[in-house]
Design a protein around this ligand. Structure first.
Ligand SMILES: Cc1ncc(COP(=O)(O)O)c(C=O)c1O
Length: 394
């Protein structure tokens, strides 16, 4: 039996299709740039040129110096390097062992903090309001003399809320604390510039911007005290050992270049897709909660919960029904061994467990059409309308 394939892809926050222009750059380098960038012969030197040109493109895109930009295997590695690398360096050099982290970070950050907790660190979690927004004064309350790192994502992958990262940077600077921001979901969608936002460490990933999976970067502001995680070679100026993947790096550079060129146009396009879908759903269904709707948010994410006092349904069943009808969406939260975990993000926003478990995330991109969104909206409405309602909820 062949598995029925989804025809409408509305899961761009999970990953994006690779832009054909990027694919051709990668495939060109796979066949022609065969050298190791550390080799001193001509093949190696050619690879090194591609590596450094790509570094310049990615660094320029975020307003960084090329010497402050290091390639990684993706956003997860960049987050690991930032959080663990900064914490270990600060503990060793200054005896500090306290981390302040937002309660709605991606697990790539939260699980690093949990790892550090097992090694003698302590952590405080920044609360968010009902829209998933962090208030900077809440951070100040958590800072102690032992605080060595603040980590707050620029925008959230589940609900899209954009955080006041510039303000948080200023606070961190005032207290002399290293500040990391995960900008994986923001890059290519909204402006991210390390000079305007002021973070010391930043994580990015190529596969959220029509680039390949398995490649990303960490920005390390000059002078930031950070340990390397990977050892065994002097690549990336000893910040990240391992032979550089030149085809993926060149593809990443092309992807970020294209994202910058088309950002305004794509922003307008996905914003109108989001408002159309919102309208279709809000006009036809009651008991709908649009998560993060009251805050400044990314234009391409629409996260919807069904009120648990009215509906008795779980994300998994909504998702499977959508998939059966040819629409790929996400629950937004982590999926472990095939079952969906209640979202820590919605939980931090104060939603009850039942409601967090009846949540769908739609996310759009530059290849999504208005027709697809209209069709997906109608399918979602008909699935929800066919659900049994709890007694007394009409
Ligand atoms: C906010 C955020 N941080 C980190 C990651 C991890 O990035 P990668 O998949 O490149 O490891 C993701 C991916 O979903 C993300 O959304």
């Amino acid at each position: 039996m062949t598995k029925k394939r989804s025809h409408i892809y509305l899961d761009y926050s999970a990953t994006t299709p690779v832009d054909p222009v990027v694919t051709s750059v990668i495939s060109e380098h796979l066949t022609t740039t065969i050298g190791n960038a550390s080799s001193i012969h001509a093949f190696g030197r050619t690879a090194k040129v591609v590596l450094e040109e790509s570094r310049e493109v990615v660094a320029n895109s975020i307003g960084a110096e090329p010497s402050e930009l290091f390639f990684t295997s993706g956003g997860t590695e960049a987050d690991n390097h930032a959080v663990i690398g900064a914490a270990l360096a600060q503990q060793r050099d200054h005896g500090k062992n306290h981390i302040v982290v937002s309660s709605i970070e991606h697990h790539a950050v939260l699980h690093c903090v949990e790892y550090l907790l097992r090694s003698g660190f302590t952590a405080s979690y920044i609360p968010v309001d009902k829209d998933g927004l962090i208030h900077t004064k809440e951070i100040e309350k958590l800072i102690t003399r032992q605080t060595c790192l603040i980590s707050v994502m620029h925008s959230n992958n589940e609900v899209g809320t954009i955080q006041p990262v510039g303000e948080i940077s200023e606070l961190a600077k005032r207290f002399g604390i290293t500040f990391h921001s995960d900008t994986v979901q923001s890059i290519g969608k909204i402006p991210v510039n390390v000079n305007n936002l002021g973070m010391d460490l930043l994580s990015i990933s190529a596969h959220k911007i029509y680039g390949p999976k398995g490649i990303g970067a960490i920005y390390i502001r000059k002078g930031t005290n950070l340990d390397a995680l990977l050892h065994g070679g002097s690549q990336e100026r000893k910040n990240r050992a391992g032979t550089e993947n030149i085809p993926l790096i060149a593809g990443f550079a092309k992807a970020i270049e294209l994202a910058d060129v088309h950002r305004g146009k794509v922003f307008t396009h996905v914003s109108s897709l989001k408002s159309t879908l919102k309208k279709i759903i809000a006009q036809s269904l009651s008991g709908i909660i649009i998560n993060g709707d009251g805050a400044d948010a990314l234009p391409h994410i629409l996260n919807i919960s069904l009120d648990s006092t009215i509906y008795d349904v779980e994300s998994e069943s909504l998702l499977l029904n959508m998939d059966l009808q040819g629409v790929a969406v996400s629950s937004g939260s982590a999926c472990t061994s095939g079952s969906i975990q209640p979202s820590h993000v919605l939980n931090a926003m104060g939603r009850d467990v039942k409601t967090t478990q009846a949540t769908i995330r739609f996310s759009f991109g530059k290849f999504t059409t208005m027709e697809e969104v209209e069709q997906a909206g109608k399918i979602f409405v008909s699935i929800v309308q066919s659900l049994p309602r709890k007694k007394g909820s009409n």
